[in-house]
Design a protein around this ligand. Structure first.
Ligand code: SF4
Ligand code: SF4
Length: 264
């Protein structure tokens, strides 16, 4: 960050694509690195180690096996593979199977060989190996889109603090926070853990934690009340509330002026 703005040092960038994958709001545009996938098997290459998120998305697209020319190459990718397998367990899925193949037996590892494989193999094999199916841009990297039955984050609202100002609802691009007349609905399934709602909430009423669980909607009831001070109707998450936000703020301000540090 330079003067509050992100700057890319192109001299140092090796095009690994990790920033594209990790940005929770897909703010970094670009094409993700090419992978070699032959008949639904992901081939380990020495450079550009995939992220856990990429592995989990490839898994849902049909890649269940990771193959390497040598076990030493697979060691390079061990960390993200282990982490992905750990998450797959929590998602009730089988882990990736790992296979070490010799370069003499399999013609997998140079681009020239790959090209000749595509040229010589049948049409259906070509279709399976076609890069378009396996290449992502930043818009393809929203993990909850691929695992609809699970949520990767848990959103919690502190009903005592929330004023129903709707700032978080307006900001959330995944439509996880919805305030209607009767409820404040929290749809954690689509949440990318970007934390933008946490940052914008003026009352510090939101917590977003990374946590895998079965997808569920949380409904917080909204009560319609008449303020005992100004007599206006207002909405609140507090069942036993008596004063509207404006009157409470005013009261708090008055007390702080009188020297009482009253927090509400
Ligand atoms: S959680 Fe915060 S930002 Fe969202 S409605 Fe409540 S007070 Fe406003
Ligand atoms: S609920 Fe908050 S953390 Fe989750 S996607 Fe929306 S803005 Fe981001």
């Amino acid at each position: 960050m330079v003067n509050g703005k992100p700057v890319i040092n192109h001299k140092n960038c090796n095009e690994c694509g990790n920033c594209i994958s990790d940005c929770p709001v897909q703010a970094i545009a670009g094409i993700y690195p090419k992978r070699t996938i032959i008949q639904n098997e992901l081939v380990v290459q020495s450079q550009k180690i995939p992220t856990v998120k990429e592995l989990l998305i490839l898994y849902k697209k049909g890649v269940k096996t990771i193959v390497g020319e040598k076990s030493s190459l697979i060691e390079w990718w061990k960390e993200p593979i282990d982490e992905a397998n750990d998450l797959l367990k929590q998602l009730n899925e089988a882990p990736f199977s790992i296979s070490v193949k010799s370069i003499e037996e399999e013609r997998y590892f140079s681009r020239r060989e790959l090209f000749s494989l595509w040229k010589n193999e049948s049409k259906s094999a070509m279709k399976q190996a076609a890069p378009a199916k396996w290449r992502f841009n930043q818009n393809d990297l929203h993990l909850p889109k691929y695992y609809r039955d699970y949520q990767f984050a848990r959103i919690t609202i502190n009903s005592e603090k929330c004023m129903l100002c709707t700032a978080c609802q307006k900001l959330c691009q995944n439509k996880c926070l919805n305030i209607t007349e009767g409820h404040f609905s929290l749809l954690s399934q689509g949440c990318s853990s970007c934390q933008l709602c946490v940052d914008i909430c003026p009352e510090k009423a939101i917590i977003v934690e990374n946590q895998i669980a079965k997808a569920e909607e949380t409904l917080l009831p909204i009560y319609q009340k008449v303020c005992t001070v100004c007599q206006k109707t207002y909405s609140t998450l507090r069942e036993h509330d008596e004063k509207c936000v404006a009157c409470r703020k005013q009261e708090s301000f008055k007390k702080s002026k009188e020297g009482n540090h009253y927090a509400f």
